[in-house]
Design a protein around this ligand. Structure first.
Ligand code: ACO
Length: 288
């Protein structure tokens, strides 16, 4: 198993799940330049780690993240534009480009505070689960700044305009239940069940064909900005590409199990490929 050692990030890999944890609990996981460089490195490595099937992004010490570090990322870099540019590039790369297009399914697990710039990784992940008593806040308006990088766009794309305008313009905090109501996360659970609920979702995702899951999440993301003819064309080609890239031949196996063997109902079950159980499928793919 690969060794992931960092100062501001903690990585655990167990049972196919990688837990990438922001690790500055004494600063409520505020994001410093070092943290950004380390997360950028960790996510790049975890994406190609054969022991990893699902990525969870979260924070140590009971908080997701208090946003950008106002001292280390803002004040200290004001007089060092070259370092500021480098740190901002790493910050945006891991919080958006890497997570948005990640080859593996990603889950944001939110507890405690999720503030300001932390909405980038929250909204770039494919799924998000929060503790009911988590505290979300687009606090930028209260600092005299905009929800910058891509936060304003990510929020505006994720929730209805009324909710985006309300929370960005007022900077009011809201809890996990409200985050679920407005579509910012998938669901909220009592804090004591947060980790279990996250593992349950990860296990459900591990029962799907990795190639088909990857293509499906890319399709859902990319068709949003296409017109109808483009979407028809893209989805037709993507569908062909899946059949080439799907090592498990999910389509033909599913047809056989449903039509010939009568052993499979796609509405309710994942496939049992090649007669193996879904639990067996949940194991990480063998190393090449
Ligand atoms: N940047 C730098 N340091 C921070 C940040 C931050 N974003 N958030 C917390 N800290 C530090 C505090 O300064 C404090 O440091 P100290 O112990 O050296 O004094 C430590 O973390 C603990 O913070 P407290 O305020 O004591 O913790 P508490 O649990 O009472 O409150 C809370 C947590 C609500 C998150 C509060 O710290 C806060 O409001 N932080 C600012 C959050 C914010 O607005 N972030 C957005 C920044 S702008 C952006 O991301 C684009």
């Amino acid at each position: 198993m690969a060794d992931y050692k960092y100062e501001c990030v903690k990585v655990k890999v167990a049972d196919g799940i990688a837990w990438a944890c922001l690790n500055r609990p004494e600063k409520r996981n505020a994001m410093s330049p070092t943290l950004h460089y380390e997360m950028d490195d960790a996510l790049a490595r975890l994406e190609v780690d054969d022991d990893v099937r699902v990525l969870v992004v979260t924070g140590e010490g009971g908080n997701f993240s208090a946003g950008q570090d106002l001292q280390k990322f803002f004040r200290e870099l004001e007089k060092n534009p070259a370092e500021r540019k480098k740190a901002a590039a790493a910050a945006n790369r891991w919080r958006w480009e890497r997570l948005y297009g990640y080859d593996k399914p990603t889950i944001a697990m939110v507890h405690g505070y999720c503030v300001g710039g932390a909405f980038m990784q929250l909204l770039a992940c494919d799924f998000a689960i929060a503790a009911e008593n988590a505290t979300f806040c687009l606090s930028e308006i209260n600092w005299g700044i905009l929800p910058g990088a891509l936060v304003s766009k990510a929020v505006a794309d994720m929730v209805l305009p009324r909710h985006a305008l309300y929370y960005a313009c007022l900077g009011e905090p809201f809890d996990g239940a409200e985050a679920a109501r407005i579509g910012m996360i998938n669901y909220a659970v009592p804090g004591a069940q947060l980790e279990t609920a996250t593992i349950e979702l990860a296990h459900k995702l591990m029962q799907k064909s990795p190639a088909v899951l990857r293509a499906t999440k890319q399709a859902i993301r990319h068709v949003r900005t296409m017109d109808v003819p483009q979407a028809y064309d893209y989805l037709a080609e993507k569908g062909k590409a899946i059949k080439v890239g799907d090592r498990e031949d999910s389509y033909n196996t599913g047809l056989r199990q449903f039509l010939d063997e009568k052993s499979y109902r796609p509405t309710f079950q994942s496939f049992r490929l090649g007669g193996t159980s879904s639990a067996a499928r949940a194991k990480p793919a063998a190393k090449k």
